[in-house]
Ligand binder design. Sequence first.
Ligand SMILES: Nc1ncnc2c1ncn2[C@@H]1O[C@H](COP(=O)(O)OP(=O)(O)OP(=O)(O)O)[C@@H](O)[C@H]1O
Ligand SMILES: [Mg+2]
Length: 261
Amino acid sequence: MNDSPSITTDRLTKRYGSNTAVEQLDLAIPSGAIYGFLGPNGAGKTTTIRMLTTLITPTEGTAHIMGESITDRPAVIPHIGYLPEKPPIYDELTAREQLEYHGGLCDMAPSDIEDQITSLLDRFDLTDDADDRISTYSKGMKQKTGLIQALMHRPDVVILDEPTSGLDPQAARTVRDTINELAASDTTVFLSTHILPLVEEVATEVGILYDGELVAEGPPDALKERMETGEEGTLEDVFLDVTTDTTYDGQAEADPSGKIE
Ligand SMILES: Nc1ncnc2c1ncn2[C@@H]1O[C@H](COP(=O)(O)OP(=O)(O)OP(=O)(O)O)[C@@H](O)[C@H]1O
Ligand SMILES: [Mg+2]
């Protein structure tokens, strides 16, 4: 890891009508970090990622990837490898055709495209299926194809939205190892997931979003030590601690059903 930030956001905000999906988000993520971006359903994780990857425009605030403003799409996009919730791949192509097409879009040299495809297909155990149409693939095979696509142009910043979704344990382990290798070679990994053990294992830094706001940030161990209870907990304990409605005043109250909350 070095100290120059590869992802920065400054008061990054997205509103949909009266709903604020992301509110005044400030991030500074150093190169080579593995940033675990957590939050309950609807917290604003995908919205943040869609702003970082230039797919939607912020309502307010700015963000930079490798020093380039997200308002300058042609300058930013080559730095990013992005795996969205649903991989952007064409059913009618084979995985090899899809990856060759993507490599071309990324201006990779033809020999480099072939080398990267061969090595990444092998890594994700997809070589034998690479010439079948994507329409015949299982969910996990599509996910692997999307992952290879996100990595093959060797981006400086890899943004993964639920990368292990649909993967079997073996493939999930390959993803985990790949994330560690990327960070070791100074690639920044921005990892959004609900799989807290994965984050606990790989993340150098964690940010927890709740209702569009960053409510906790720090290295996993530091967050665990800062539990409000004073006791060291797991990342799941921290997550539940900071994403539970804080209007609760600590007093047990009877609700109409008679249950004590
Ligand atoms: N295109 C849209 N139009 C209107 N509201 C939207 C749109 N996209 C997202 N939202 C709203 O923004 C908020 C954040 O949604 P987002 O998809 O970013 O959550 P998330 O943290 O990725 O959740 P999940 O864990 O379920 O993937 C939600 O209230 C959602 O309804
Ligand atoms: Mg999401």
